[in-house]
Ligand binder design. Structure first.
Ligand SMILES: C[S@@+](CC[C@H](N)C(=O)[O-])C[C@H]1O[C@@H](n2cnc3c(N)ncnc32)[C@H](O)[C@@H]1O
Length: 313
């Protein structure tokens, strides 16, 4: 086969291929449509059919719904899982190296234009995918990526004008929503206390729509002493609190807004006294109707928008 082919053709297995219930047992995955991608047109990547959910080749994808197990296992093993085509493409664009792909065999052609490098592509039926991962993989596409070393906080701060700092935000959904808001609303980086959740956990990645790959982040350790490092870098640390006696965010002066570090706490407990004491100003987003606080991701979005509202777009 030469020349480029349409994605559907790309999966037309080039060799005579035996199938199991309509699924190719082995195949070739050729490249895509026209333009620059045609350069890779002759690259053909084997697609390996997985029929046993316990197959060791897909060990990276085991028990994906067991949050405790996964959060203990993924970071020390230097990997994370991306789910869905859009998120996976964002991770690739951000330069994360792929370990493998695991896809619904019916959807392999969705990724036919990717330069998959040396990473193996595994395909399985929805049943096998579900048994292996523990959930119905309705997006049909998973990939396992290698983590990269996190930059030191000093490096992230040096490149930023405005940052968000999170204390003990250990809910993956909130964390993902925060990264998405930060990316969209003009904040340059996120700094995390040591007890925050992992931004590269599958749910954070998905809720962030892949923005965890675009926004630099680092750990602030020791906590809260390292907040002194943030202030030394020229930032004003704004402790976000629903307390009605704090400064309303819209009343911050130009000096306080110029190089702002928005510090937010967890659902329930909010910011610790020690973190508040290590900040410069306590700041509130005024609320109505007796509501006592906003969700931390909602508060982050409002505060980011308020601080960036005069930025040129
Ligand atoms: C659900 S709230 C925690 C509520 C906790 N009872 C408290 O008093 O902080 C989670 C975080 O969102 C931020 N937050 C929520 N509502 C806010 C508001 N109206 N103004 C400023 N920050 C707010 C704070 O940083 C808070 O620590």
């Amino acid at each position: 086969m030469s020349g480029w082919c349409r994605p559907a053709e790309a999966l037309n297995l080039i060799d005579a291929v035996p199938t199991t219930r309509g699924v190719p047992v082995t195949g070739r995955w050729a490249a895509s449509v026209g333009g620059r991608r045609a350069v890779r047109q002759n690259r053909r990547v084997p697609v390996h059919l997985i029929t046993d959910p316990d197959d060791e080749r897909i060990a990276d994808y085991r028990a994906l719904t067991d949050v405790e197990l996964r959060t203990r296992w993924e970071p020390p093993h230097g990997l994370f899982i991306a789910e869905g085509e859009l998120v996976l493409r964002r991770a690739l664009r951000a330069g994360y190296p792929v370990r493998s792909y695991l896809v619904d065999a019916k959807r392999v052609d969705q990724l036919a234009d990717l330069d998959t490098g040396d990473a193996p592509i595994y395909a399985a039926t929805p049943d096998v995918l579900q048994q292996a991962t523990g959930f119905h993989v309705h997006r049909g596409v998973l990939a396992s990526f290698r983590r990269r070393p996190q930059p030191p906080a000093a490096e992230v701060l040096a490149a930023a004008r405005r940052v968000v700092i999170l204390e003990d935000v250990n809910n993956h959904t909130n964390l993902g929503a925060i990264f998405r808001a930060v990316a969209g609303l003009g904040v340059d980086a996120v700094l995390l206390s040591p007890t925050c959740a992992d931004p590269l956990y599958r749910r954070s990645v998905r809720v962030s729509m892949g923005e965890v790959f675009a926004v630099p982040y680092a750990k602030l350790d020791p906590w809260p002493d390292a907040l002194a490092e943030v202030r030394a870098a020229g930032f004003t640390v704004l402790a976000m609190t629903p307390a009605p006696d704090a400064v309303p965010i819209q009343h911050l002066d130009a000096g306080q807004r110029a190089r702002a570090a928005l510090l937010l706490g967890a659902e329930g407990a909010g910011l610790t006294r020690a973190a508040m004491d290590a900040s410069d100003v306590r700041v509130v987003i005024p609320m109505r109707r007796g509501v006592d606080s906003l969700n931390v991701a909602a508060a982050t979005a409002v505060a980011c928008w308020e601080l960036g509202r005069d930025d040129p777009l």
